[in-house]
Design a protein around this ligand. Structure first.
Ligand SMILES: Cc1cc2nc3c(=O)[nH]c(=O)nc-3n(C[C@H](O)[C@H](O)[C@H](O)COP(=O)(O)O)c2cc1C
Length: 179
């Protein structure tokens, strides 16, 4: 049994939902798993955990700056332990951008932090127009129009491949630190 911490950054809840799935999968494997928002990570004693997973969504081309700060501040600790990172964004709904090697946000994130997680993943997120304020809705509408996504303003489309999330959870539960 290992202690696993999942640190997440979410705006509309999809990344938290993905973390809950990873938590469920790893708990089923017998691990002790805790989830914490990026706003509260400092309340945790990171040294107590065997594995640390970080998940963050993209908004207007960027991960939350607090996630970058967290990684920079705790880089040594993250590298001493088994660590994993995943990014959630809607460009990942396209096959040409749904892998760590071809997703522009994941690639940029890793180049920004020089942290080498043992495991990385990209998950496609969710579009839910009615959750957005007017300006955000108009901008997402335009982006979806340009990239051939849903443009019905009542659309709720969950692009997340939940099987892929489960597999990622299983790898986290099973894998040992890369030597
Ligand atoms: C205001 C806004 C801006 C977004 N900007 C981007 C973007 O630049 N690139 C992208 O791939 N996805 C973008 N998305 C899609 C989100 O990454 C996606 O909805 C994801 O599921 C959000 O996860 P969260 O609910 O955990 O924050 C944006 C979504 C919103 C609402």
């Amino acid at each position: 049994m290992e202690n696993i911490l999942i640190v997440y950054s979410t705006c509309d809840g999809q990344t938290r939902k993905i973390c809950q799935k990873i938590k469920w999968v790893t708990e089923e494997m017998g691990h002790d798993v805790k989830m914490v928002s990026i706003d509260d990570w400092f309340r945790e004693d990171l040294g107590e955990f065997d594995k640390i997973v970080v998940g963050a969504s993209i908004r207007y081309g960027k991960h939350n700056k607090k996630v970058i700060d967290f990684v920079v501040q705790n880089k040594k600790l993250l590298e001493d332990k088994f660590s994993a990172f995943f990014s959630v964004n809607v460009v990942a709904r396209k096959a040409s951008k749904n892998a760590p090697e071809n997703n522009p946000y994941l690639k940029r994130f890793l180049s920004q932090v020089s942290w080498r997680p043992d495991q990385v993943a990209v998950f496609a997120g969710k579009i839910d127009y009615q959750k957005y304020g007017l300006l955000d809705r108009m901008i997402i509408l335009l982006i979806m129009y340009l990239t051939k996504g849903p443009t019905n303003q009542n659309a709720v489309v969950d692009y997340t491949n939940w099987e892929q999330v489960e597999n990622f959870g299983r790898v986290i539960g099973e894998k040992a630190k890369r030597k």
